[in-house]
Design a binder for this molecule. Structure first.
Ligand SMILES: Nc1ncnc2c1ncn2[C@@H]1O[C@H](COP(=O)(O)OP(=O)(O)O)[C@@H](O)[C@H]1O
Ligand SMILES: [Mg+2]
Length: 319
């Protein structure tokens, strides 16, 4: 039997005046799942989250979260979920523990239960060295961890995290994701937005938002298979002006500028391997070219999906 979805979204839209920030989005999230919501700035991620958290009324469509309709029962939704907003919302001039006490009180948790809950969270999120420090004195990664803890004081079954790792250093980002994975393993459902493509690899499923539309939705592996099948060869040390040459490579599928180099995608059966391509490039004027085979990343997928969304005949994948 398929588990009941804990988040169900049907044709959800939000307009601001004439502008459509979220455009007929559809998806389901199951219990314990880590659902990544990806997109560039302005794609509509926060607007979606705010509707799902009962903080912003939808213009059209429906969403149910933890069994409650977000438009009809926003207060129930708010009690059932934890929300970590994109903007840091704790008091910087209070200690970590004081913030927990304050926000726990605001949630209506009784004193004794709250004391126990704070101890559990401090232990689980390894905050014992920080508990008596001023929140404002903590580095970004630790602040985000404190924010996460305070979103969990009332033991929500679903956590909405809006760009929780924005501006946080890579090591702290990895630690943060370890915590998220642990929470999910224990049954908490995580809906998380990010614009870091590498983080999306940690998600069970990923939805890609482009200009308010959910342009693709699947597991990271399936997204790669669907949008960037074939062999990907990374080319470095080649001048950009030589890009047209790549279209003449056997089995050519497509190419993208990628960082300081290029990603060329070829048919695995007819295209060259890295060694053969490097030799071919050298022969054709790119003496310093250096080629290696790489795995598809979600960045490749994203470039492909955004590229497709720009064209009128865009292939749209909806859940
Ligand atoms: N309250 C608002 N009034 C008008 N426009 C808004 C409002 N909130 C968001 N928008 C617009 O909606 C679009 C999506 O915003 P947002 O959901 O915050 O994107 P993201 O979180 O993906 O960066 C943006 O163009 C933003 O300017
Ligand atoms: Mg946002």
């Amino acid at each position: 039997m398929k588990p009941e979805p804990v988040i169900s979204v049907k044709d959800l839209s939000r307009r601001f005046g004439d502008f459509t920030a979220v455009d007929q989005v559809n998806f389901h999230v199951e219990r314990g799942e880590i659902f990544g919501y990806l997109g560039a700035n302005g794609a509509g991620k926060s607007t979606t989250i705010r509707m799902l958290c009962g903080l912003l009324a939808p213009s059209a469509g429906q969403a149910s979260v933890a069994g409650h309709d977000v438009a009809k029962r926003p207060e129930r939704v708010k009690r059932a979920i934890g929300y970590m907003s994109q903007k840091f919302s704790l008091y910087l001039d209070m200690t970590v523990q004081e913030n927990f006490q304050f926000f726990g009180g605001a949630f209506g948790i009784g004193r004794k239960a709250l004391r126990a809950r704070i101890e559990t969270l401090i232990e689980e999120l390894k905050l014992s060295d920080q508990r008596h420090l001023l929140t404002g004195s903590l580095p970004g990664g630790w602040r985000q961890r404190v924010s996460l803890a305070s979103a969990m004081l009332h033991q929500p079954q679903i956590l909405f995290l809006d760009e929780p790792t924005a501006g946080v250093d890579p090591a702290s980002r990895r630690d943060f994701w370890r915590i998220i994975r642990d929470l999910s393993a224990k049954g908490t459902t995580i809906f998380v937005t990010t614009h870091y493509m590498d983080e999306a690899e940690y998600c069970d499923r990923v939805g890609l938002m482009v200009d308010g539309r959910l342009s693709a939705l699947d597991t990271p592996a399936a997204l790669k298979q669907i949008f960037v099948p074939g062999r990907i060869l990374r080319i470095k040390g080649m001048n950009r002006s030589m890009m047209p040459l790549l279209t003449q490579v056997d089995g050519f599928l497509d190419m993208e500028v990628f960082g300081t180099g290029f990603h060329l995608r070829v048919e695995p059966s007819t295209g060259p391997n890295a060694v053969a391509l490097q030799a071919w490039l050298k022969k054709n004027g790119a003496e310093d070219a250096w080629v290696e085979r790489v795995s598809a990343t979600l960045e490749d997928v994203f470039l492909k999906v955004v590229g497709a969304a720009d064209k009128p005949s865009a292939q749209k994948v909806q859940a």
